[in-house]
Design a protein around this ligand. Structure first.
Ligand SMILES: NC(=O)c1ccc[n+]([C@@H]2O[C@H](COP(=O)([O-])OP(=O)(O)OC[C@H]3O[C@@H](n4cnc5c(N)ncnc54)[C@H](OP(=O)(O)O)[C@@H]3O)[C@@H](O)[C@H]2O)c1
Length: 194
């Protein structure tokens, strides 16, 4: 059984971007120390074109070999002409409107997203599944999430796109680890309480 991990950047008050999901104000928090953490522990969570620009595109995956994104999140790269933003992972994009995949490496999941994720979780393998977001897809998959890795940046937004676009429901998680960075970034890892 493979784990589904929601690995996400957010503000102190739990928003993953502005109302439209734009999280670009968070980029400056990826300073030298925090970048080193990402590079050594989660290199596969960086987009392929970014890895290439940084000269780290040969780094092996550490935690994940598969990524799931909603179409709106995938659109961020697609608008820049990047059709396979995580070419070093198996890429799945949830969409009912994309009738054809823009890239042979990207599989579109149009029906039964939860069922497809359960099938992926049932596969054998040492690597897990990276749930990239955004909010809508995370909300639909909230009951399937086994692990949360929350990168919290030291800002309060007041409003914006929530971590989960879901109805009110309590899911309990246990805290496994907290990493603290000099610039005020926290990375908390939680496992679902079973
Ligand atoms: N802070 C961070 O770390 C972080 C990480 C990831 C994303 N984001 C931000 O999040 C924003 C996007 O989030 P979002 O909530 O608007 O959208 P999203 O979850 O990325 O994508 C929503 C889309 O996914 C498809 N979808 C949803 N449920 C589906 C289902 N059951 N079956 C098939 N397709 C389904 C639909 O696509 P169709 O309309 O094509 O049917 C829907 O419009 C972006 O701006 C991105 O920058 C931030």
């Amino acid at each position: 059984m493979r784990k589904l991990t929601y690995f996400i950047a957010c503000s102190i008050d739990g928003f993953i971007g502005d109302e439209a999901g734009d999280a670009s104000y968070m980029y400056p928090f990826v300073d030298e120390e925090f970048f080193e953490f990402l590079r050594t522990e989660y290199p596969e969570t960086m987009a392929t074109h970014g890895r290439r620009a940084l000269g780290i595109d040969d780094l092996p995956n550490r935690k994940f070999d598969t990524i799931i994104q909603g179409r709106a999140s995938y659109d961020v790269a697609l608008k820049e002409g990047v059709t396979s933003p995580y070419a070093h992972l198996r890429e799945y994009v949830a969409s009912r409107t994309l009738k054809e995949s823009p890239d042979p490496h990207v599989e579109i999941v149009a029906d039964d997203l939860v069922g497809r994720v359960r099938e992926l979780k049932e596969e054998e393998g040492e690597f897990g599944i990276y749930l990239c977001g955004g909010s809508e897809v995370a909300g639909e998959l909230v009951d399937e999430i086994d692990e949360l890795v929350i990168k919290t940046y030291p800002v309060v937004q007041g409003s914006g796109m929530p971590m989960f676009g879901a109805a009110f429901a309590i899911s309990e998680f246990e805290l496994d680890e907290v990493r603290v960075f000099k610039n005020g970034v926290l990375v908390r890892t939680y496992s679902r309480k079973r």
